[in-house]
Design a binder for this molecule. Structure first.
Ligand SMILES: [Fe+2]
Length: 338
């Protein structure tokens, strides 16, 4: 309901989406209780922030990421409530963290040890943006294109803000009908970016086609081969990798090594661009030298050396002895822990 001060001035109209600032305002007015309607949300950023702060990654980078996460949340949520931010507002948020994360690639290692699916869509958007610019860089694309790819990754799932929270955050398997609704996020994203001040056709197409696969098995238009713009081919790799490596409401995360293996399989099956994937998995594997991980046997190991021929099966150290995962084919790196 509408909230008034003691002297009868309207303080907050009904249906206001409460933020911390509103709560402080209420406290200043000595209003200690209000009736609220709960909305489903992706949890808070608090849990994730606390975990990030505990990591031994570069503090400045972590702080930039946390700040960007909060801003992403309010920008994206705003769009779900009919705000109309222009492209510039999105790029301001994204480029600050992108620049920082390129200087401190250790951030990647930290991102995939986080537990819990809180704020998944916001984190996923930031991560995919960062990964897209990383892949563009590995492919030696020009600076302008690298910057474009970052933003394309950041905005690729914007259409999800128009999907009902019941479907978006459903813990179990989606029914066929729900999955059809979910697929619409690509079309919604296209429309939203097209209508955005400063949004371009190519940027909108990236949202539309990021679930297309080279063999025509994707959606929404079942494009094949060259019909899928190269930008979307990069986006598909970044999107899949981040999704596999993160905890979701319906599944636990998989290690970047297993994720890289899955990407490689998808590339061999003709779904992803094999040249792009091969650059990417090699680079990702190298990033994890020195990282600690848990094998499917439950043992803790340290990643020691990445092999040229099979970057996804490195040499690891297990309490004093070395194990070559190229030869121990039953062992897999299940989870990164630091
Ligand atoms: Fe998506």
């Amino acid at each position: 309901m509408d909230l008034f001060t003691e002297s009868g001035i309207l303080l907050l109209p009904r249906d206001t989406f409460l933020t911390d600032t509103h709560v402080q305002l209420l406290q200043k007015q000595r209003i200690w209780e209000v009736e609220v309607q709960q909305v489903l949300s992706e949890g808070t950023t608090e849990n994730i922030t606390n975990q990030l702060m505990d990591l031994d990654a570069d503090k400045e980078t972590v702080a930039a990421y946390v700040k960007a996460l909060d801003k992403t949340r309010s920008l994206f949520d705003g769009i779900g409530r009919d705000d109309k931010p222009g492209l510039e507002q999105f790029s301001d948020v994204f480029y600050e963290v992108a620049e920082q994360s390129m200087k401190q690639l250790g951030l990647f290692r930290s991102l995939y040890v986080l537990e819990g699916s809180d704020s998944y869509t916001y984190r996923h958007s930031l991560n995919v943006g960062i990964l897209c610019s990383l892949i563009a860089r590995l492919l030696k694309w020009g600076e302008e294109r690298i910057a474009f790819m970052g933003l394309a990754g950041f905005l690729h799932d914007l259409g999800k803000m128009r999907i009902s929270k019941e479907v978006l955050l459903k813990p179990g398997r989606l029914t066929e009908e729900e999955f059809d609704q979910m697929k619409q996020h690509t079309v919604y994203g296209y429309e939203m970016i097209k209508q955005m001040e400063g949004g371009s056709e190519l940027l909108a197409l990236c949202a539309l086609h990021h679930h297309e696969r080279l063999d025509g098995s994707g959606y929404p238009h079942q494009l094949k081969g060259d019909e899928v713009p190269v930008e979307c081919q990069v986006l598909a790799i970044a999107d899949m990798f981040d999704a596999i490596c993160s905890d979701r409401v319906y599944k636990d995360r998989t290690s970047p090594f297993e994720a890289a293996q899955l990407l490689w399989k998808e590339a061999c099956n003709g779904k992803l661009n094999i040249e792009f994937v091969s650059h990417f998995v090699r680079y990702i594997a190298l990033l994890y030298v020195g990282a600690r991980a848990v094998l499917n046997s439950g043992e803790e190991v340290e990643v020691i050396l990445i092999h040229q021929d099979e970057p996804m099966r490195p040499l690891v150290r297990r309490s004093g002895e070395f194990v070559d995962l190229r030869h121990e084919r039953t062992l897999n790196i299940e989870k990164m822990i630091g």
